[in-house]
Design a protein around this ligand. Structure first.
Ligand SMILES: NC(=O)c1ccc[n+]([C@@H]2O[C@H](COP(=O)([O-])OP(=O)(O)OC[C@H]3O[C@@H](n4cnc5c(N)ncnc54)[C@H](O)[C@@H]3O)[C@@H](O)[C@H]2O)c1
Length: 262
């Protein structure tokens, strides 16, 4: 191995790191599971469904049912994971939901649903993770998932053939996650816990493609001229999970093809 390869391996060494991922059965979650397995990590996938339909040749993974909006379940499942693996190096808060109705039709249930998963769920996971690390005198790293719509508002002119209209409550919870990242980065700094955030832009979904007009409108509205492919979001998570980022905390990395720069 060349000196250069050795250096890269050393900086990005994620082998045998225990990485806990919430919302792991969705589009981004599945990409995270596969990415960290490819890098040699031990991946603990969690999602709200009882059985994780993860069928991979790489056996270095486990699955736990975890509803992030149930604080007792969060604490119990994180305790169980910790008891089994003796460490959780990285917590990736990825579970997230949206509601697409027009704001004039928004109900209190819609608000509670989005706030419950995105904001409270992220909080409950950090709360239990930080407690377990402190009780066991361990360091760790949290990577939250927000969205570029936590920083900018959608341009409603792009929704010409698509009813997946981004909502105000989604953006508000994602803005809350960005702020919560800064809060916990400061609160947990002297415990050796780094807390950062990734804000993806719009990701093309081959399984449920967005409308052709929407894709074209979105692409025209983005400096790089297209939607993201899901693998293009992974670099930010790899950076934040690895020792390349040991002096990075409280930050939000926006991976949106430049949309928020306009
Ligand atoms: N896809 C995008 O274009 C995009 C853009 C910006 C941000 N994001 C964010 O990335 C994250 C992942 O998005 P995605 O596109 O993979 O969505 P997705 O809908 O494909 O996956 C979300 C996952 O979260 C799970 N989930 C829902 N409620 C839960 C709960 N209470 N507890 C545990 N898990 C729960 C779902 O079962 C699902 O597997 C979300 O936080 C989302 O807001 C996505």
């Amino acid at each position: 191995m060349t000196q250069k390869q050795n250096k890269i391996n050393e900086l990005l060494d994620l082998e045998n790191k225990v990485i806990l991922i919430t919302g792991a059965l969705g589009q981004v979650g599945t990409a995270l599971v596969n990415t960290f397995l490819d890098l040699g990590s031990v991946v603990i996938a969690t999602d709200i469904s009882k059985s994780g339909e993860i069928n991979l040749e790489n056996e270095n993974h486990d699955y736990f049912k975890l509803d992030v909006n149930n604080p007792a379940e969060v604490r119990k499942v994180l305790d169980d994971i910790f008891a089994k693996y003796k460490k959780i190096d990285v917590l990736i808060n990825n579970a997230g939901v949206n509601t697409f109705k027009h704001s004039r039709d928004r109900t209190e249930e819609d608000l509670d649903f989005v706030i419950g998963v995105n904001l409270k769920g992220t909080f409950f996971c950090i709360q239990s993770y930080a407690a377990i690390l402190e009780e066991n005198n361990l360091k760790g790293s949290v990577i939250n998932t927000a969205s570029h719509y936590g920083t900018i508002s959608p341009d409603f002119r792009i929704y010409t053939d698509c009813d997946r209209r981004n909502s105000e409550i989604y953006g508000a919870t994602k803005a809350g996650i960005i702020q919560m990242t800064k809060y916990f980065a400061v609160e947990l700094a002297d415990k050796g816990v780094r807390v950062n955030c990734v804000s993806p832009g719009g990701i093309f979904n081959p399984a449920q493609p967005q409308g052709d007009d929407f894709i074209s409108n979105y692409s025209n509205r983005t400096p790089l001229g297209r939607m993201a492919e899901v693998h293009e979001i992974m670099g930010a998570y790899i950076y934040l999970a690895s020792d390349t980022s040991t002096y990075t905390t409280g930050q939000n990395i926006i991976v949106d093809g430049g949309m928020s720069a306009w």
